[in-house]
Design a protein around this ligand. Sequence first.
Ligand SMILES: [Zn+2]
Length: 57
Amino acid sequence: MGLKYAFLGNVPPGDYDYTYCPSCGKPVIKREYFWVSEINLKGGRCAYCGERVLDHY
Ligand SMILES: [Zn+2]
């Protein structure tokens, strides 16, 4: 709730870099250009299922 994607229409798809949980497939890190817009991690683990998904963070 409260998430805003105001810039979705302005950015080509190739400029997104999403990291998906290898276990449940949900996007746990959403990067646009060089900043992180959303992180669904808890201590390096997926906030949804608890799978460890930390790779380059
Ligand atoms: Zn997961």
